[in-house]
Design a protein. Sequence first.
Length: 237
Amino acid sequence: MAASGSVGTARATLTGEHPAVGPEPTPRPVPPPPRRRRRWGRRLTRFAAVAVLVVLGYFAVTFLQVWRASTWDDAPTSDAIVVLGAAQYDGRPSPVLEARLRHALMLYRNGSAPVIVVTGGRMEGDTYTEATSGYNWLRARGVPDEAILKEVHGRSTFESLAATERFLDERDLDEVILVSDGYHALRVQGIAREVGLTPHVSVVSSGDASIAQMGREAVAVGVGRVTGYRRLTRITG
């Protein structure tokens, strides 16, 4: 029997025949050790936590800046007083707009600037623009026509201030006193600087804004500083 097996093996060797061999199995990928995966998971969690804290801290600081700016009363002698627009009712200024106009009139009479710029366009369905409403109110209180300039097309703070900068620049004027409500102060100052004005801000009221108003302004200022106020206005309309 042993001799027969030896003969068979020798024959296979001489004829070049080999026993059939199946395909080698594909090696399975070796998963990373569980410890390494846990380590990466912890790192991502820490990174996300730090990012959230940084964002929250940034907006918290911005909120404090909005709150502090709400008491600004910076009214040195300037080229023009700019009244930010607000609602009007068929040519009659709303209480918010009238308060801003009264404040601007006081600054004008105190000699802070020789010109008042009234701003604000017409909302859908309105007969008057916000600027025309303000113009009529000031004329009725003795401000001469040549001391009032109107910006009548702006439908946002950015549009109004950008247009104001263009026609003041034609007159070689750039230093302005912005008149608006306290919670609005920091944002209007930032927008004015972006469009090329040299702004001061004299607020109408301080301490009257709600936490929600301050919060919205903090978000607007925080995002506007990063993206630019022009882009923010395009995004938000």
